[in-house]
Design a protein around this ligand. Structure first.
Ligand code: ASP
Length: 343
């Protein structure tokens, strides 16, 4: 007889975990222990589901790298006992957390699926049930005895995406996430359609999971806009201990050619600040040198963020700084795809 797949649900908080108190009409935190009682559909799934919860579930706007290490730790401690993991998380910062976990979990050979919902699980029109049930089904998918998904994914509204390729694009629609630079990995319709060629291959058999829990948050994001003035740039560049700056440039990585701007960046790079050029467009990539307005950025050795999302760039910078990657290697490693987060 084939063994049932074991899935661990990790509840961190967010809208998904709320139910309506029908007497008062208020939304309140769900008793996670009673999850299966409240969603009887879970009993019909052909897998064994167990749950762990944050002691005090949070709105994901309160998420931080400390909580990321808690999630990583929960996965590490339970890695051998379960076949797959589903992380329930608020949608607001889900792309950041899921990107961070993708870096923290090196040589991951099992599915870690982040999901959440726009409406609480106790709401009549909720999107939570479909998101949760299908996430569990995807986490349980196996082919020739091996998990189909061997990476960190984000499932929302009928699509599984590579987590570190996603961005929250809508505060209201059920289709709240997009992954413009990488196609969906799995699509849910009448059948679950797995796009095998888009999935990460999984680590070599000899590699076992390595969990990196130290993230260094001496990182800032600066979004370019016409009119950004010298005082703003100077203040950002003089933040004490700042080690990496994610610079959201225009289009294919372009920025103004004012001398004060370029000199400011050049001096900061010389002093050892890693400046990562990412585009503020939702799709497409940085191509430094393509326009005159990015030639000097290339010359001064800004890190090329290529087609990475800002969310993944922030997480990757914190991960590399936390791993104490040397100043010299930072640019080379950042420009290399580690978990399928860039081309
Ligand atoms: N504010 C909530 C959160 O991110 C929204 C959600 O759960 O979708 O925790």
């Amino acid at each position: 007889m084939e063994m049932k797949t074991n899935i661990l649900l990790i509840y961190t908080g967010g809208t998904i975990g709320m139910v309506k108190d029908y007497e008062t009409g208020a939304l309140k935190a769900f008793n996670f222990e009673e999850l299966v009682n409240n969603i009887p559909e879970l009993n019909q799934l052909d897998c064994k589901i167990e749950g762990l919860s944050f002691e005090n579930p949070i709105d994901s706007s309160n998420m931080n790298p400390g909580y990321w290490s808690d999630i990583a730790g929960m996965i590490e401690e339970n890695y051998n006992a379960y076949d797959g993991f589903v992380v329930l998380h608020g949608s607001d910062t889900m792309s950041y957390s899921a990107s961070a976990l993708s870096f923290m979990l090196e040589h991951l050979a099992k599915p870690v699926i982040f999901t959440g919902s726009q409406l609480p699980i106790g709401d009549l029109r909720t999107d939570a049930k479909e998101n949760l049930i299908t996430s569990i089904q995807i986490a349980a998918l196996r082919k020739r005895g091996k998990p189909v998904v061997q990476e960190v994914g984000l499932y929302f509204e009928y699509k599984l995406y590579r987590a570190n390729r996603t961005t929250k694009i809508n505060a209201e629609h059920f289709e709240a996430f997009a992954s413009l630079n990488h196609p969906p990995l799995v699509e849910s319709g009448v059948h679950l359609k797995v796009h095998h060629s888009y999935l990460l291959k999984g680590p070599a058999k000899t590699k076992s999971l390595q969990v990196h829990k130290t993230m260094d948050n001496n990182v800032a994001v600066l979004k370019m806009f016409p009119g950004l003035n010298k005082e703003v740039l100077t203040s950002v560049l003089s933040i004490p201990n700042l080690k990496a700056l994610v610079l959201e440039t225009y289009g294919a990585g372009n920025a103004p050619m004012d001398e004060w701007f370029l000199d400011g960046l050049k001096n900061a790079v010389k002093k050892g600040l890693h400046i990562i050029n990412v585009t503020q467009c939702s799709g497409g990539a940085v191509a430094m040198g393509h326009y005159e307005t990015s030639e000097q950025l290339k010359e001064m050795q800004l890190v090329n963020g290529k087609d990475i999302t800002t969310e993944a760039a922030v997480a990757k910078a914190m991960y590399l700084l936390g791993s104490k990657v040397s100043g010299k290697l930072f640019k080379t490693i950042f420009e290399t795809s580690l978990r399928g987060e860039m081309v």
